[in-house]
Design a protein around this ligand. Structure first.
Ligand code: TIU
Length: 237
């Protein structure tokens, strides 16, 4: 498998396009729009919205390059049987998980707020992994999907950096995946947590993975020819 390099910290990240997936974590209305779970927790959701445009550019480039694209959504069954009582109780919220909010029942599958924002909406053939926890591997079939597709490398985007992105990257790392986190494509409600969460990933020689700006990833993704283009003899872009 031919590999290519993306400039990253703590050192260049190596990937083979055919064994790489773009993993977009929880870019749901419930986290990035007013009236959802993020806001119920007392957060200013506008802080996450700067990730949308860079995520959109990376998603477009990944699709053109023929990379596997996988989306996740945090949420629960309408009867909440997959929601741990501890999670439902946490925070003592007036309007919490399962309750009616301005975008439907909060973090419940099938509700408007639970779905992915239109800018990053999944296309046919892109798996959407519904997860009950923070980590995308916890009680989901993500590991199985990745193994079946021969994926060993993940480019990670989404929200929030120190919660679902971090948990997922840690889970992926323990399962043997190499993760590259795009610093401007992941967002936190807390600027200090954003900074420290990214530091933690790349510290100690890349203890959980690598970090780079989407610009470096785009430089490389834009040069990859999708298998379909390669078969037609067409150039990139
Ligand atoms: N609250 C918060 O920062 N995040 C979550 O609850 N879920 C995700 O990060 N997706």
């Amino acid at each position: 498998m031919a590999t290519i390099q993306i400039e990253a910290e703590p050192y260049p990240f190596e990937l083979a396009p055919e064994s790489t997936a773009l993993l977009i974590i929880d870019m749901q209305r419930d986290f990035v729009e007013p009236g959802g779970f993020g806001e119920m927790l007392g957060n200013d959701v506008s802080l996450l919205r700067s990730t949308i445009e860079p995520c959109r550019r990376v998603l477009e480039a990944a699709r053109k390059a023929g990379l596997a694209v996988i989306h996740t959504r945090e949420g629960h069954r309408p009867d909440l049987t997959d929601a741990p009582p501890a999670k439902l109780k946490r925070g003592g919220l007036e309007v919490g998980i399962g309750d009616e909010g301005p975008m439907g029942r909060v973090l419940v599958r099938g509700e408007y707020g639970h779905d992915i924002i239109s800018e990053l909406y999944p296309e046919a053939g892109e798996p959407v992994v519904d997860k009950p926890g923070k980590g995308a591997f916890h009680e989901t079939d993500l590991h199985l999907i990745l193994r079946n597709r021969g994926i060993s490398t993940l480019i990670v985007c989404g929200v929030t950096t120190e919660v679902c992105v971090h948990t997922t990257v840690r889970e992926a790392n323990d399962r043997g995946y190499e993760c590259l986190v795009l610093s401007d494509c992941v967002g936190s409600y807390f600027p200090e947590f954003q900074r420290v969460a990214l530091e933690m990933i790349k510290a100690q020689g890349g203890i959980f993975g690598w970090v780079t700006h989407s610009g470096h990833a785009l430089e490389v993704l834009d040069r990859i020819r999708s298998p379909e283009d390669a078969a037609r003899g067409a150039g990139p872009g």
